[in-house]
Design a protein around this ligand. Sequence first.
Ligand code: F6P
Length: 341
Amino acid sequence: MRIGVLTGGGDCPGLNAVIRAVVRKGVEVHGHEFVGFRNGWQGPIEGKTKPLGLEQVEDILTRGGTILGSSRTNPYKIDGGVDKIKAVLADQGVDALIAIGGEDTLGVARRLTEDGVGVVGVPKTIDNDLGATDYTFGFDTAVHIATEAIDRLHTTAESHHRALVVEVMGRHAGWIALHSGMAGGANVILVPERPFSVDKVVAWVQRRFEKEYAPIIVVAEGAMPEGGAEVLKTGEKDEFGHVRLGGIGTWLAEEIAERTGKESRAVVLGHVQRGGTPTAYDRVLATRFGLHAVDAVHEGDFGVMVALRGTEIVRVKLAEATDELKTVPIERYSEAEVLFG
Ligand code: F6P
């Protein structure tokens, strides 16, 4: 078999570990051949390929980013996009695809399977918001990076008796905020799933100052004040209809300063959460996903995504995986809330 591999959407640590595992097992155990498609769905639409054999996957296990490149291209938004993909696959002699991505990339994979292309999905996203899998790789690394930043911010906040607001990624799901905030002992954690009361945040911040501590507030980029709206960076939307968020941290820091009379600063962690080498946990998860994904292709089991359930890797229908975002349940948030203030 000749198998195409692509990575789509926002990059995340562990993508190269998946590619390596797919190719190593695919070539050495199953005797398949591979071709890399560049920049997400743009590759199979425009015929942009890259050789992908044992030599190309040497030394990439620990490397961040993706050797194949990524994009947010949506073939269903391009005139004749699906026909172009079918023509390129036929031209390249590709029998099946492994698509490594989040809800958008895997949503396309699901539709393509319905349109007759054999695709197996691998879930990635630092946001950990994909349904049907307990964890996505990239999340653990992002939480580590954010936690380390919070640890460091504690000491400078203490020195200057300031409130520091740390804005982390997470458009619709507050997993990174919840985990890094808990791990870093944040004073307040704000997530998109639960609109927050500014009065309550200010009260928690003041209580912290009264105890002679400097408060650290962790806020997900998609969090909103009660009765308010998401803070947008620009009005522009990508091909999957997502707006660019960013700015809630700065807004909240100003609000805190005004209402408490204390100095307050915002720190936006941004793409640093997605860069660099994956943690050991993410390397293992990504490798296991890759090994199981290539087995699924070998068996001709298309329209599925590999997923983590407990400690087992299982296969779930792409339809199930992309049906609904996995957001932070209210009970998980309430658990953390006990420690606020
Ligand atoms: O989906 C992953 C993610 O990192 C989100 O948390 C974030 O909102 C978005 O990507 C940022 O996307 P971009 O790379 O287009 O700035």
